[in-house]
Design a protein around this ligand. Structure first.
Ligand code: KG4
Ligand code: ZN
Length: 356
């Protein structure tokens, strides 16, 4: 029997300091995530400078715990992988520096991994290999994009958001509705008890068969629904339908807030489903992938499953813990780069934005 190829991976692109050890691309031996959610919650979003400093404080402990949890010795590590793009530049640099140091100390190859590609690979973790080619919908707090994946490492960008990301829209709408941060999981939890048809929010599909996304109009529609259209008296329909009421979220009864959340979620999920269908038709693939934080959303998972059934495709979705940011997805994908000999030098750079 050949020895397993264990890859130690570091992920620090946003507000999670994470380290994992993954054997042979799919078997997760350890998976440690130190979340900064509590630190950023009081600001209602991630503060880049604070995130960088928190990564510096956490990174060594998180790495030590991942090696310990994996039950392997440092000699059993075949390579070190790290997210080097895209993300918050200061945050990326902390993980990158730690990974370079480890690769140099252990005298093993260093592998740079794109965070979004890693999200698209997450369904393979602790699971069956993904059958390529596939169409992947990756929706997270920072990105919403469609890819044609010819292989785990061969990703072609088909479309992406021209303004807000889907997760960002969830978080901003939750803030408008005074629900807390981060908003995605909260809206996911309360939406099933609301009426998703209560408010007919816009579904922005852009021109023609566009595979790009736009969520800022939807976010603004929620804002206007709650606070009124600037300069207009009331945008909630004829006065005869509703008793006169002052705008402002504090004037909405709880049940109505839940209806707004459910209606908003339905609009996002509709758009994501329609675009994933377009990507499947455009590429003619038989495998669909969803990934990124928003792929934890129950309504999106159900809609993607229905779509896959309808198209006769196989749907691959990550287990809940691999939807949100983690290092296991980085270590898994890195195995494919290592197998094809794509390794980096110690001069590997970090990049804040997606390079096409
Ligand atoms: O992938 P991720 O952990 O980080 C980024 O790469 O951005 O995604 C975080 C985003 C947040 O906007 C969060 O609100 C959203 O994913 N999210 C969800 C759910 N869980 C996380 N959105 C909708 N429903 C969920 N269950
Ligand atoms: Zn992410």
């Amino acid at each position: 029997m050949t020895e397993p190829v264990n890859i130690l991976a570091v992920e620090s692109s946003c507000d999670e300091t994470a380290c994992a050890v993954v054997a042979d691309g799919r078997s997760v031996l350890s998976d440690v995530v130190a979340s900064q959610i509590d630190i950023h919650a009081r600001y209602g979003g991630v503060v880049p400078e604070i995130a960088s400093r928190a990564h510096i404080e956490a990174v060594n402990t998180v790495i030590a715990q991942a090696v310990n949890d994996a039950g392997i010795s440092e000699d059993d590590i075949s390579a070190v992988a790290v997210t080097n793009e895209p993300g918050l530049i200061g945050s990326l640099l902390v993980g990158l520096m730690a990974a370079k140091t480890l690769a140099w100390t252990y005298d093993v190859p260093l592998i740079g991994v794109n965070h979004i590609y890693a999200h698209a690979y997450a369904p393979a973790l602790d699971s069956e290999p993904i059958e390529y080619p596939a169409a992947a919908l990756i929706c997270s707090g920072g990105h919403t994009a469609l890819y044609h994946c010819r292989a785990a490492t061969e990703m072609e960008l088909l479309g992406s958001t021209i303004d807000d990301a889907a997760g960002e829209a969830f978080d901003k709408v939750a803030a408008i509705l005074n629900l807390g941060y981060p908003g995605g999981p909260i809206i996911d939890r309360i939406a099933p008890s609301g009426n998703a048809q209560a408010v007919d929010f816009p579904r922005s599909l852009l021109k023609g068969r566009s595979l790009d996304f736009s969520f800022s109009g939807l976010k603004t529609a929620v804002l206007y629904h709650v606070n009124g259209v600037p300069g207009a008296k009331d945008n909630r329909g004829p006065a005869s339908d509703r008793p006169a009421r002052k705008h402002g979220i504090e004037n909405f009864p709880k049940a109505e807030i839940v209806d707004i959340a459910a209606s908003f979620q339905a609009a996002v999920v509709d758009v994501l489903r329609i675009k994933l269908r377009r990507a499947a038709e455009h590429t003619g693939v038989r495998t669909l992938i969803i990934g990124g934080g928003v792929s934890a959303n129950a309504a999106l998972r159900a809609a993607a499953a229905d779509l896959a059934d309808e198209l006769g495709c196989t749907l691959r979705m990550p287990a809940a813990r691999y939807c949100v940011d983690n290092a296991a997805m980085v270590g898994g994908l890195a195995w494919h780069y290592l197998a094809q000999g794509t390794v980096a030098g110690l001069d590997l750079d970090a990049h804040a934005t997606i390079r096409r």
